[in-house]
Design a protein around this ligand. Structure first.
Ligand code: IMP
Ligand code: MG
Length: 198
């Protein structure tokens, strides 16, 4: 491995305006700096709301892995970090059913839970998970999601307390979010460039 040199910083800080993933083209939408400063605000709100308690973060994999790491490292409150893995999307649309691929190990009884998601679309994934978690009788459950598409939401009762950005209905990738498994490693969020008709 090469030693780190200052000139390389340019490539770390800059980002591409457009990316192509498989058959689709995406353009830059939310920069790393914008995302990180908003995540810092969410961490501050969580710290102030949970002062004196222990929080159990439950990150919903795969999409939330970058958001989870950026959020929890900014939180000062005592916390545990756990993971559950589910899948509901194929191509650029929801399949309408949530499949659990890897279950949660820990006991949630009497704990203060914050579920961490990359994006709330219809809300089906979180509604399914929250019903399951509620059976374990936690002390409280809230949701922190980096993104949300308010016009797609079909479960208005969800406790969406910590939302990074409300975005339009367009499909997005990067910062953990994927298109058919690709694009999760992009350092910022990109939005699908719609083909013009005619
Ligand atoms: P929901 O169950 O309809 O709320 O969908 C939530 C899940 O679908 C998220 O956790 C994502 O994994 C995935 N998803 C929803 N919208 C997008 C998107 O625009 N890009 C990538 N994944 C998405
Ligand atoms: Mg997700």
């Amino acid at each position: 491995m090469q030693p780190f040199r200052k000139e390389r910083l340019f490539f770390t800080l800059s980002h591409m305006e457009k990316v192509k993933i498989l058959d689709l083209e995406f353009s830059s939408f939310l920069t790393k700096e914008t995302l990180e400063s908003r995540i810092a605000e969410l961490a501050e709100a969580i710290d102030s709301d949970y002062q004196g308690s222990t929080v159990v973060f439950v990150a919903v994999l795969n999409g939330s892995f970058i958001f989870t790491s950026e959020l929890v490292k900014r939180c000062r409150v005592d916390c545990e970090v756990n993971f559950i893995r589910v899948k509901s999307y194929e191509n650029t649309t929801s399949t309408g059913k949530v499949t659990e691929i890897m279950g949660l190990e820990s006991d949630l009884r009497g704990k203060h839970i914050i579920v961490l998601e990359d994006i709330v679309d219809t809300g089906l994934t979180l509604d399914t998970l929250l019903r399951k978690f509620a059976e374990e009788k936690p002390a409280s459950i809230q949701i922190a999601s980096l993104l949300m598409k308010p016009d797609k939401l079909q479960f208005p009762g969800l406790p969406l307390k910590y939302i990074g950005f409300e975005i339009p209905n367009d499909f997005v990738v990067g910062y953990g979010l994927d298109y058919n498994g690709l694009g999760r490693n992009l350092p910022c969020i990109y939005t699908l460039i719609m083909e013009k008709e005619g």
